[in-house]
Structures are given as structure tokens and as C-alpha cells.
Design a binder for this molecule. Structure first.
Ligand code: CTP
Ligand code: MG
Length: 225
């Protein structure tokens, strides 16, 4: 089975702020995106990376991935969904059997997770890592609770999300904008998406302070070297 992985790096990191998008910030001296790329390749079942980034950043993304099995970066879109679609179209000429979609802002993807996602695709059309919700959930409006949401059966979705390539490409070609992740496109079309165990370590850099907190924690020990 040929397996390609989209490395999603076309976001601007608006919640984090700052001049530099979060996927390019240094983490232990190397760009976050480079760590995410090496973590994707570590299990040995991904053959090829396809980075997706802003037009102006293609050159430096290619440089950041030097020495890895990566195609030249392609230009993403205004939404993550549009960016994923662009990456899939770039792979379509020499289509792989399976595709993973991973956030470049998740550098701490742990060993074994890529393997677990890919292995699960032998029995389902989609597979995603997810963590059960541990906290009590409240629905609120203007700071006042409306109700408590039952958390039984609720999970937090992570990446890498894995799919049969032809199916994900077909769904993206016909999708209306607005899906929150790729699995949602399969769910809406009635395809089975299996959960594999996520990890507390597999955090996405999102808010100011996240990167500093991660750097000061035990997480750097999880990075590939
Ligand atoms: N992403 C992308 N194209 C977009 C938006 C997001 O490729 N148009 C990528 C981001 O680069 C990131 C991943 O999707 O690696 C997850 O998105 P998110 O955490 O929302 O990143 P940003 O959109 O960059 O951040 P924010 O929403 O705070 O602006
Ligand atoms: Mg975003």
C-alpha cells in the first residue's frame, strides 16, 4: 500500500498571534513543522509527504523539509478544507492508496500512532485518533450555563486522520465548504470512520504560551531524533 501524508501548514495562526505562523516557530532549535514531518515518517509506513502552505512560503517549507521524502510544497486555501483539497489534487496524478492528513502544528505525534491509523484502514474507510472527554462539559451563553452536556461517548478528534485516498478526493471534490475536519466529510456521506486511541501528548499549538509550556514540559522527549 502506498501511503502519502499531507502536512497542513497554510494557516496563519491567528489565535496565537505574532508575526510568524506557529508551524514555523522554533522548538528546540528546529521548526515545529520539521518535527511534525519527522514524527509522521518515524513509524516507517508513510512513503511520501505533501506539504501545503501559503504561496509565499513554499520555498522555505521545501528548505525546512530538506532530506526527507517530500514533494514540493503546494499552495493552500483560505480554509483548512480548501487547503486539504489542494493537497489531495496535487497527489491525484500519481495517486497513493491511502492518505493521512496531519496538522503541521502537532509536532508531538507519538510513536505508533501513524501505524495504528494505517492498520485500521484495512477495516474502515477512515480512521482518526481521538481522546475521550474527561472534563464535565457545560453549554453556556454570555458566561451563564444553559445546561450540562452528557460527555458519555464524546471524543476530541486529533490528527493524523487517515483515509482511502480515492474516497477522500471524491468527497472533497463535491463537498460544500464548512466541514470541521476530514472525517466529517465521510460521516456526512455515511462511511465508517473508526477511532484509534489518541494521546494527551499529541497537542496542537493553538494559543499564546502553548509552545513555551510544551518546551518546558516532558513533551520534547517524545520528539524524533
Ligand atoms: N491550515 C491550513 N490551511 C488553512 C487553515 C489551517 O493548512 N487555511 C492548517 C494549519 O496550518 C494548521 C492546521 O491546519 O497546521 C490546523 O489548523 P489551526 O490550528 O486552526 O491553525 P491556524 O488556522 O493557522 O490557526 P488559527 O485558527 O488560530 O488562525
Ligand atoms: Mg484555523
Amino acid at each position: 500500500m502506498r501511503v502519502a501524508a499531507l502536512l497542513m501548514a497554510a494557516g496563519r495562526g491567528e489565535r496565537l498571534g505574532g508575526a510568524e505562523p506557529k508551524q514555523f516557530l522554533p522548538l528546540l532549535g528546529r521548526p515545529v513543522l520539521r518535527h511534525a514531518a519527522e514524527a509522521l515518517l518515524r513509524d516507517g509506513c508513510v512513503d511520501l509527504l505533501q506539504p501545503v502552505c501559503a504561496e509565499a512560503e513554499r520555498g522555505r517549507v521545501d528548505a525546512m523539509l530538506q532530506g526527507l521524502p517530500a514533494r514540493p510544497a503546494v499552495t493552500g486555501g483560505a480554509t483548512r478544507q480548501a487547503s486539504v483539497h489542494a493537497g489531495l489534487e496535487a497527489l491525484a496524478g500519481d495517486a497513493p492508496e491511502l492518505v493521512l492528513v496531519h496538522d503541521a502544528a502537532r509536532p508531538f505525534l507519538p510513536p505508533g500512532m501513524v501505524d495504528a491509523v494505517v492498520a485500521t484502514l484495512s477495516e474502515a474507510e477512515g480512521a482518526i485518533p481521538a481522546q475521550p472527554v474527561a472534563d464535565t462539559l457545560k453549554q453556556a451563553e454570555e458566561g451563564t450555563i444553559l445546561r450540562t452536556v452528557q460527555r458519555d461517548g464524546l471524543f476530541r478528534a486529533q490528527t493524523p486522520q487517515g483515509f482511502r485516498f480515492p474516497l477522500l478526493l471524491a468527497l472533497h471534490r463535491q463537498a460544500a465548504p464548512g466541514a470541521t475536519d476530514d472525517a466529517a466529510l465521510l460521516e456526512a456521506a455515511g462511511h465508517a470512520v473508526r477511532l484509534v486511541p489518541g494521546s494527551e501528548a499529541n497537542v496542537k499549538i493553538t494559543l499564546p504560551g502553548d509552545l513555551e509550556r510544551m518546551e518546558a514540559s516532558m513533551l520534547p522527549q517524545m520528539l524524533p531524533r
